[in-house]
Write a protein that binds this ligand. Structure first.
Ligand code: HEM
Length: 406
């Protein structure tokens, strides 16, 4: 392994904003790279990320720490002591299967396809209002609205305030963003107590009379003794943040790509059946979660590099998706790729995103409505798009666009 790449590169502001040149360098020089002796490693090639997802005994999904930016600009680890934090996405076998088995049937593709008319209705309302304004901030008017509304309905939250849920979803992923200082990170963690208390109340009502929704399924799991109420709360929080945050990123990223490429935009408008292929390309090119973490329970090796026990590994889906050894013209939109879903944005293996069918249905539906109802989508020349300051989340904080009605 080479030490030629400075550890501070990982959290460098320019790299956070545009990580792709850095990813290419990692792939060429150090596919498994340790950020300056911190015990934080990155894995950046498609082959090695795919391999590591399959080695669940060597690369545990247990969340044992959060990352923050140290005074020296290097990533530092804040250990997590709560054992019950290991739920669903952060659980390893055999517990993982119990958690996944509870939520999976609620989110299968067939059920999600049936939601398309509901999604289209919300999308049409948002798009109509946005078009009436002409120039809009896409995220707050459309991109952030649809996913949080749908996940809240699917979970079955009662009397939910979408703004509060969205803030909670963004707070959860901000904890994984790795760019905060330690004080900021600790403040974010403390802030989550509010939503945890609210979810606990929702769960306790659902347990009185479990309905045919996600919270009902989770309540039945608690009742049957499959997992604790505390774990159930964590699962619901995971569903809220994973479902509320990620698809927002995908929608914004897809719309920005369309705004930057008018010919592609027009081609899709005339061939709406290509929208699903475009969704896969958008999610490949800008992985909404650039990485997720793994912890290393025992000394291991990957790609010829030693990774000692207790290390933290960032599986860089965002880098793997643009690996030139796996994808031809990896930085370009290609609507005719032979295997359009052959990317790692939804992970791989036992933790493969359980919400992928919902995300795909939402993205297809919203983009179709948007293309059908507009003549053009362009970036607002006066206000450039802005990214969220996060090493993990690839989402536009602001995406001002001009929409011209058809
Ligand atoms: C574009 C949207 C989305 C992206 C890019 C995305 C990405 C991912 C990724 C990369 C993983 C794998 C995690 C790992 O291996 O550590 C994952 C797992 C997961 N996702 Fe998504 N996700 C999206 C949408 C959703 C939605 C809408 C939901 C909720 C309905 C959701 C819920 C979950 C859950 C619960 C897991 C954990 C599954 C398990 O551990 O078995 N995701 N997601």
């Amino acid at each position: 392994m080479t030490n030629a790449i400075a550890g501070t590169q990982l959290l460098d502001g320019e790299v956070v904003d545009d990580p792709y040149p850095f990813y290419r360098r990692l792939q060429a020089e150090a596919p498994v790279w340790e950020a300056g002796g911190t015990g934080v490693f990155t894995v950046s090639t498609f082959e090695l990320v795919a391999e590591a997802t399959g080695r669940v005994d060597d690369f545990s999904s247990n969340l044992l720490c959060l990352l923050y930016r140290g005074d020296d600009g290097l990533p530092c680890r804040l250990p997590f002591s709560e054992p019950d934090v290991q739920v669903l996405a952060t659980a390893d076998p055999p517990v993982h299967a119990l958690h996944r088995g509870t939520v999976f049937p609620e989110l299968v593709a067939k059920r999600m396809d049936a939601l398309a008319p509901d999604i289209a209705e919300i999308a049409k309302r948002c798009v109509r209002d946005a078009i009436a304004s002409g120039t809009v901030e896409f995220m707050s008017t459309i991109g952030n609205v649809v996913p949080i509304t749908m996940i809240s309905r699917l979970i079955g939250f009662q009397d939910a305030d979408p703004e509060q849920l969205l803030r909670a979803a963004f707070d959860s992923t901000a904890m994984l963003g790795s760019t905060l200082t330690m004080d900021e990170l600790v403040a974010r963690v403390a802030h989550l107590a509010e939503i945890q208390a609210w979810i606990a109340e929702q769960l306790s009502s659902a347990m009185q009379e479990p309905a045919d929704d996600l919270i009902g399924a989770v309540a039945r799991g608690v009742d049957a003794g499959v997992f604790s109420e505390f774990a159930a709360n964590g699962m619901l929080q995971t569903l809220l943040s994973a479902g509320g945050e990620s698809t927002t990123s995908l929608l914004g990223n897809a719309v920005r790509i369309l705004a930057e490429q008018p010919e592609l935009q027009q081609h899709l408008r005339e061939n709406l059946d290509l929208v699903p292929a475009f969704v896969e390309e958008a999610v490949r090119l800008e992985a909404p979660f650039r990485f997720l973490m793994r912890s290393v329970p025992r000394d291991t090796r990957l790609g010829g590099a030693d990774i000692p026990a207790t290390s933290t590994v960032l599986m860089l889906w965002g880098a793997a998706n643009r690996d030139g050894n796996e994808f031809e013209r990896p930085d370009e939109v290609d609507l005719e790729r032979r295997a359009p879903r052959h990317h790692l944005s939804f992970g791989r293996g036992i933790h493969y995103c359980v919400g992928a069918p919902l995300a795909r249905t939402e993205a297809r539906t919203v983009l179709t409505v948007l293309l059908e109802r507009t003549k053009s989508i362009t970036l607002d020349p006066e206000h450039a798009p802005r990214w969220v300051d996060s090493l993990m989340v690839r989402r536009h904080e602001q995406l001002p666009v001009r929409l011209v009605a058809r």
